[in-house]
Design a protein around this ligand. Structure first.
Ligand SMILES: C[S@@+](CC[C@H](N)C(=O)[O-])C[C@H]1O[C@@H](n2cnc3c(N)ncnc32)[C@H](O)[C@@H]1O
Length: 354
């Protein structure tokens, strides 16, 4: 019996709009498609994210030969993704930011296949098997945008697999595709974003914010016990100063430090405690007239204008419960730059972009 290669390639416009719907903390630079076919999703990644390093695998020899001619600089290989030996060497060689996937949907006569994921044996659909194998192989730092049969999100067959994925990733449906999207196949497919980490992020809400605000996140690094008082030094901001600075709107009466370290800031900022739960009143846009040194317990969100800083303040306060939830830990609660960076795009604040 001939092998069904599932050559239902993603139309160009569908591939582009699928990737455009994704919300990412940083722009992906290395993208992989483990069933790349004619390379439509990787082409779309290059259009949407700018020039990316593209990695493609497919078991269709003909498709890979043609793609090699068309895209000689991509990293392409022929292989059966579900075969244990495939892709191991490739996936280990370079870290991947984002998977872009439209795995085969055709189930054949089998109701389910066996999937090995994170050392566990799970049963699921063929599409889920490809998805999980791709995650196991590439461990993409920004997760994936997947064109998947709708059943992958709801079916009983994939329930255990979904649970296993959701222990590490958040699955969000970004759109439903029309039944006639794939020539010759009538399936109900969806665009799904799979993002590592936070579970309560709501991607849809980004659509309701008026404009994306650029922010630079600065983490202080000078421990209080290393600070040496020097009247001619820089003002030193510790987390115990944050309430007062927020209520007066001024960074006055601070100790000055003769020792300097990374994490200095100036201009329009919102100051956050890195350790200890934040106080809603203390999260305020303030202008620092001169450069200050931040303690290792303080993070600054730097903005280019007063308008951006005050807008950001309102957005954080409007999602206060979620923001507070970023502070985790069994002892003292603390936030990490990574957790903050994953959440800020949910309120249309884009880190690292100015
Ligand atoms: C639905 S198409 C999608 C192709 C491409 N990602 C796109 O969006 O246009 C599925 C692709 O999976 C490939 N494929 C099917 N089974 C595979 C396997 N076990 N390993 C690798 N590729 C496979 C097929 O050759 C086909 O190119």
């Amino acid at each position: 019996m001939p092998i069904d290669l599932d050559r239902y390639y993603t139309p160009e416009d569908v591939a582009i709009s699928a990737l455009e719907r994704g919300v990412f903390p940083t722009v992906p630079k290395v993208c992989a498609d483990s069933t790349c076919g004619s390379g439509r999703l990787l082409d779309a990644a290059n259009m949407v994210f700018g020039s990316v390093e593209a990695i493609g695998i497919d078991r269709d020899v003909e498709a890979i030969s043609q793609l090699r001619l068309r895209r000689p600089h991509w990293h392409l290989s022929v292989g059966d993704l579900l075969h244990p030996s495939t892709g191991e060497a490739l996936s280990r060689s370079r870290p991947v930011d984002l998977l872009v996937l439209n795995p085969p949907f055709s189930q054949g006569p089998k109701k389910f296949v066996e999937i090995e994921f994170a050392g566990r044996e799970i049963r699921g659909s063929i599409a889920m098997a490809h998805l999980m194998r791709s995650f196991d192989l590439f461990r993409p730092s920004l997760g994936a945008i997947v064109i998947a049969p709708e059943s992958l999100l709801y079916s009983e067959t994939d329930q255990n697999a979904r649970q296993a994925l959701e222990e590490r990733y958040q699955l969000t449906k970004l759109a439903d595709l029309q039944r006639c999207t794939f020539r010759g196949a009538k399936v109900q497919a969806s665009v799904v974003q799979i993002l590592p980490g936070l579970h309560r992020q709501d991607h849809k809400e980004i659509r309701y914010y008026n404009g994306i605000i650029s922010v630079n996140v600065v983490r202080g690094s000078l421990p209080v016990h290393m600070m040496i008082s020097d009247p001619s030094g820089l003002p030193f901001i510790h987390s115990t100063d944050l309430k007062r600075i927020a209520s007066t709107g001024k960074a006055e009466g601070l100790s000055k430090t003769g020792i300097l370290a990374k994490g200095r800031t100036k201009g329009w900022v919102i100051l956050l405690p890195r350790v200890g739960l934040p106080d809603c009143q203390a999260i305020k846009a303030v202008k620092l007239e001169s450069t200050v040194q931040l303690s290792d317990c303080v993070i600054a969100l730097e903005f280019t204008t007063k308008a951006a800083a005050t807008k950001a303040e309102k957005r954080i306060q409007s999602r206060w419960a979620e923001f507070k939830d970023l502070y985790r830990g069994t002892g003292a609660r603390y936030i990490t730059i990574a957790r903050l960076g994953l959440w800020l795009p949910a309120i249309a604040i884009s880190p690292g972009s100015h």
